[in-house]
Design a protein around this ligand. Structure first.
Ligand SMILES: NC(=O)c1ccc[n+]([C@@H]2O[C@H](COP(=O)([O-])OP(=O)(O)OC[C@H]3O[C@@H](n4cnc5c(N)ncnc54)[C@H](O)[C@@H]3O)[C@@H](O)[C@H]2O)c1
Length: 279
């Protein structure tokens, strides 16, 4: 059996990445300090597998996949991993602390990838003694159903690291699109300001959320408008990502609009809380 793959953070993205890895046959260790997240981990994973089966994306044995994912709060349980995908909260100091910990705990040859939405990978690689083994792997949500991953390489990311990331993705039936490291990479540099502007349009009373999305869906042919996309991502994650982009680019475009800030304050986080712009 191959060495396990570590997933740090078992929330929206961590769970989906763990499911994708486990269905590809990897033993997976998910590290999360939140009791509730670990306690519900297997049930959430079972739901994810059911959905994948329903959509014809998975035909294997649930029990086998569930038993290959270990949930833990103990950092040392990552001491034999070959690869880690970090999916912790979108906060620069917190992720930097996680990368320091991973560098100390994981074997020296382990690749350390981050699923960050916007944090420049160089800021995380600099917290390790292995910058050549660090890269961004920005999975899309929901990870088990999305075949393409935005891969961010720094100046220091090694060719072998990219090859190993590529192999891991291929095993999961996914492929990477490689971009240069930068705040928000390509996807969120563009998407986050669009979502922020879409929320501003609602705040200013130009149109309600359904109408804003209808313009994108019916006029531009997008499969999902920016506000439904925001609900799917999680408005708290959007807010954190806007703060990261504001801090790392200094561009005022990323100042979160008041409506978004208020919704997060009230706990209206989107799909994960049962409602956001839409129920
Ligand atoms: N939600 C999306 O659509 C989406 C898409 C692509 C990338 N991302 C990025 O993925 C990352 C995770 O986002 P998410 O939406 O899954 O967030 P989330 O809030 O759903 O999950 C974060 C998880 O991290 C855990 N956590 C907190 N502190 C931790 C620590 N010290 N060590 C380990 N785990 C810790 C939390 O308990 C939680 O389970 C973020 O960087 C986000 O920007 C999110």
């Amino acid at each position: 059996m191959d060495r396990p793959v570590g997933v740090v953070g078992g929330g929206t993205m961590g769970l989906g990445v763990a499911q994708s890895l486990a269905t590809a046959g990897h033993p997976v260790v998910v590290l999360d300090p939140a009791d509730q997240v670990r306690a519900t981990g297997s049930d959430r994973l079972r739901d994810g597998l059911r959905l994948a089966k329903l959509l014809g994306r998975f035909s294997g044995d649930h029990a086998e996949v569930l038993s290959s994912v270990r949930w833990t709060a103990v950092e040392k349980d990552l001491d034999d991993v070959q690869f880690v995908v970090e999916c912790g909260p979108e906060r620069i100091p917190l992720k930097q602390e996680l990368f320091r910990m991973l560098d100390a705990v994981c074997p020296p040859d382990a690749v350390l990838a981050s699923c960050t939405s916007a944090i420049p990978i160089g800021l995380l690689a600099a917290c390790t003694g292995r910058p050549e083994l660090v890269l961004g792997m920005h999975f899309m949500n929901p990870a088990p159903l999305k075949p393409v991953v935005e891969v961010a390489r720094t100046e220091q990311t090694g060719a072998d690291t990219l090859r190993r990331a590529d192999e891991l993705l291929a095993g999961m039936g996914k492929r990477g699109i490689v971009v240069r490291d930068a705040p928000g990479f390509v996807s969120n540099r563009v998407l986050m300001s669009t979502i922020n502007d879409a929320a501003t349009v609602v705040q200013e009373g130009t149109a309600d959320p359904a109408t804003v999305d209808k313009v994108f869906e019916d006029c531009f042919g997008h499969r999902m408008g920016p506000l439904r996309t925001a609900d799917l991502i999680g408005l708290d994650t959007i807010l954190d990502t806007l703060h990261v982009l504001l801090e790392t680019t200094g561009d005022d475009r990323f100042t979160p609009c008041e409506l978004l800030v208020g919704m997060v304050r009230e706990g209206r986080l989107g799909k994960k809380s049962g409602g956001g712009f839409f129920r």
